[in-house]
Design a protein around this ligand. Structure first.
Ligand SMILES: CC(C)(COP(=O)(O)OP(=O)(O)OC[C@H]1O[C@@H](n2cnc3c(N)ncnc32)[C@H](O)[C@@H]1OP(=O)(O)O)[C@@H](O)C(=O)NCCC(=O)NCCS
Length: 192
């Protein structure tokens, strides 16, 4: 399990080191470059630069550094808190050339650890990557989660798109077509 506090270095190849660390404001340009191909295909939602700056504290990044000290981002992902017991993994991406190297798993495990630390017991995601998230212990939501009507009413007050997606509101359906709503209860054993 990787810590999501200070940076954690992992030997990647003999020539490079992978580091998982909290994002900094200077990462926003790199995060935007990383997610752009997935925004173009519709896998991720387009956001403005200001949205990334506002949410930068939610993000973790995986950085690869070579012997010469040159660094590039290979992955990013964010944990957004929706309610007392509920978080959402959002804007999770591994760069196209780095897919299949465990970057996505590294990020999800660290975001789940962050969720536990914050006190969240369920983590939601909306995704086309159903098989990947199944590997990460998420299950497809076959029905609307049972919510206290008062909590439901409170959540309806939010302008956040992720909240609307969790509630499966009609107004976000055009944006979420083909996506699958998935959830992981954090009490569940670690998947492998
Ligand atoms: C989803 C995504 C982040 C996965 O990143 P990744 O670094 O390629 O995934 P990993 O290498 O960590 O894979 C972890 C496990 O999932 C499996 N896996 C990954 N993608 C998979 C897929 N499409 N189908 C089935 N299994 C998959 C891997 O085989 C691996 O299994 P293992 O650990 O048991 O060997 C990446 O594919 C991506 O950026 N997708 C586009 C953006 C997106 O849709 N994000 C999700 C919306 S929030």
């Amino acid at each position: 399990m990787f810590s999501c506090g200070p940076a954690v270095g992992v030997n990647s190849t003999p020539m490079t080191t992978l580091t998982l660390r909290p994002a900094q404001t200077s990462d926003v340009a790199g995060i935007r470059r990383l997610v752009q191909p997935y925004v173009d295909t519709g896998a991720l939602i387009a956001k403005e630069a200001v949205d990334y700056f506002e949410a930068i504290q939610e993000f973790l990044v995986v950085e690869e550094r070579d012997d010469a000290g040159d660094a590039r981002l290979l992955g990013c992902g964010a944990l957004h808190i929706l309610w007392e017991d509920l978080g959402e993994v959002r804007t999770l991406a591994a760069s196209e050339e780095a897919r299949g190297r465990g970057i996505g798993r590294m990020l999800v495990e660290a975001l789940i650890e962050r969720a536990r630390t914050i006190g969240v017991s369920r983590v939601f995601c909306l995704t086309f990557e159903v098989d990947f998230f199944r590997r990460m212990g998420f299950e497809v939501m076959t029905h609307q989660e049972t919510l206290d009507p008062e909590v439901f009413a409170e959540l309806l007050r939010s302008p956040d798109q992720g909240v609307a997606e969790f509630l499966d509101l009609a107004r976000v359906k055009p944006n979420t077509l083909g996506n699958t709503r998935m959830i992981r209860a954090l009490g569940a054993p670690e998947p492998r």
